[in-house]
Design a protein around this ligand. Structure first.
Ligand SMILES: [Zn+2]
Length: 506
């Protein structure tokens, strides 16, 4: 059978690398030791190898000589020429593919290193059973009861901790790389603006001394979007000078001021901007309620972003549409990020001004306002739209349109519907994972960890950043909140016992 069908059967993100030139690595997808070795392989070079978790379909598609039990016992590598290497010889064969590990591979096939390698490999292969997480894979071979007896921390935590420690250098390296990228984007957008669609769409990047810590530490940029005469989300009082500076430079014609939702970094200048431009304010009924009076923010958010003033009259309530200079925008309720969220959509230009209704395909550290079940429904609603350009409230633009110029890491060359689809898939997978966890009666900490299995690249790649956010926000924005976001009390989707479990600890 050819590699193309193998890629289909394997159905994993590696399929673009499933060329005949690749070495195929068959590993136990349930084993933390095997999975972390695969993370290392992918970090070394993704183009030379295709990693395939073992299943009956995969084995028969790759090579009929492969046996399930043998493959679960030790690593198998199939070379492009069809040779099969097993155990230590497979490790040495892979090591020879990469310059940084070539020497290990070259020595590893010679006496006495070959004998030492085989002995060591045999030792690890035998003992990794005692660390696997008893949900199939190697554990089917090794008897779950024996696994539980051997694992001091509990089988799950033994695996998870081991998977983490083997990846620590990768976690730190990705953390450093992400920080460097955030700094670069911050520097390139500092006091900048993007004029797009012949001036119909302008993104103003907002700065402020304390607010600047957010793009540097978390990667979220602050913006005001000007679209065909409408100013959307004019920032917080601590960004007011930055906004005023833009207005002096651009001198835009603003006919309306709109807020997508009542978060502090979007609504702090509504009355101020209306005052200086004479443009009326439009907000949804719920946003107006949240803003009169504005609830007291947790002190970290109040210090960094700034406590917004209460919304003052006069203001108007948004209807189903809002007129722009040359047409109109549809107002689409999109609860999930918070209950009052609305997105704006231009059906003529196929532009979605999403506010915070998207927030990237992978987003793991929400605040307590997020309700992921509502968010799923809102994204399903957005999927029905015809979207060419997706503009996020924190600076990112997703589009394939050639008339939007390149701006690395801000303009993302991706079909907006594909991006939304990926987020939907991710949220649905999380929902399944969390519901299954509760049904199995797992403790909340285990459910949280099972939402970030190390086998998923994003879990360890964003681990340093996510944990840094948790620490700096004093737990307010965290992976734990992501689990909570699926079991909010006002929905009656899940029995109350879950909420008791969440709030009452384990
Ligand atoms: Zn928000």
């Amino acid at each position: 059978m050819g590699d193309q069908s193998l890629a289909e059967i394997a159905g994993n993100p590696d399929k673009e690398h499933a060329t005949t030139a690749a070495y195929r690595v068959l590993y136990d997808g349930q084993c933390e030791v095997c999975q972390s070795c695969v993370s290392w392989l992918k970090a070394l070079d993704q183009s030379k190898i295709t990693c395939l978790p073992i299943s009956a379909e995969v084995l028969s598609a790759v090579d009929s000589r492969l046996q399930m039990d043998e493959c679960l016992r030790q690593l198998h590598v199939v070379t492009p020429g069809g040779e099969i290497h097993v155990g230590w010889d497979a490790v040495a064969c892979l090591a020879r593919l990469f310059p940084s590990t070539w020497l290990i591979g070259a020595l590893g096939q010679r006496f006495p290193f070959r004998n030492a390698g085989r002995w060591l490999y045999g030792f690890v292969a035998k003992n990794r059973y005692s660390l696997s997480k008893c949900r199939g894979g190697a554990c089917r071979v090794a008897k779950p009861e024996a696994v539980r007896r051997h694992a001091k921390l509990g089988a799950f935590w033994s695996c998870y901790t081991l998977g983490f420690f083997i990846r620590v250098p990768l976690v730190l390296w990705s953390g450093i790389r992400a920080a460097a990228q955030r700094t670069s984007i911050f520097a390139r957008t500092y006091h900048e603006r993007l004029d797009l669609l012949n001036g119909k769409l302008t993104i103003l990047f907002l700065n402020g001394i304390l607010p600047n810590t957010v793009p540097l530490l978390f990667g979220e940029l602050f913006t005001t979007v000007l679209y065909d005469g409408i100013a959307i989300d004019p920032g917080s009082p601590k960004m007011r000078r930055s906004l005023a500076r833009h207005l002096r430079q651009v001198k835009p014609r603003i006919t309306k001021v709109v807020a997508t939702h009542a978060h502090e970094e979007h609504v702090g200048n509504l009355n101020w901007l209306s005052g200086v431009t004479g443009a009326p304010i439009y907000v949804s009924e719920m946003t107006a309620r949240f803003l009169t009076p504005f609830k007291k923010l947790p002190w970290v958010r109040a210090t960094i972003i700034g406590q917004p003033p209460n919304l003052r009259q006069p203001y108007h309530l948004l209807g189903e549409t809002i007129d722009t200079e040359s047409g109109y925008l549809q107002v689409i309720p999109t609860p999930g990020h918070c209950d009052d969220h609305i997105a704006l959509y231009d059906p003529k230009e196929k532009v979605l001004l999403a506010g915070d209704a998207f927030m990237g395909s992978y987003f793991a550290t929400p605040n307590p306002d997020v309700d992921s079940r509502k968010w799923l429904l809102s994204l399903e609603r957005l999927m029905k739209l015809d979207i060419d350009i997706l503009v996020e409230g924190h600076g990112h633009i997703h589009t394939l349109r050639a008339d939007i110029p390149d701006f690395p890491a801000v303009v993302i060359r991706q079909d907006p519907k594909v991006a939304i689809g990926q987020k939907l898939d991710y949220l649905r997978w999380l929902r399944e994972q969390i519901e299954a966890g509760f049904q199995e009666g797992l403790p909340v900490r285990v459910i949280e960890a099972s939402c970030f299995p190390w086998g998923r690249r994003t879990s360890w790649e964003s681990c340093a950043t996510d944990e840094c956010i948790r620490l700096l926000s004093l737990g307010h924005f965290s992976r734990t909140e992501l689990v909570r976001s699926f079991v909010r009390t006002d929905g009656d989707h899940l029995p109350i016992v879950y909420e008791v479990r969440i709030s009452g600890g384990e």
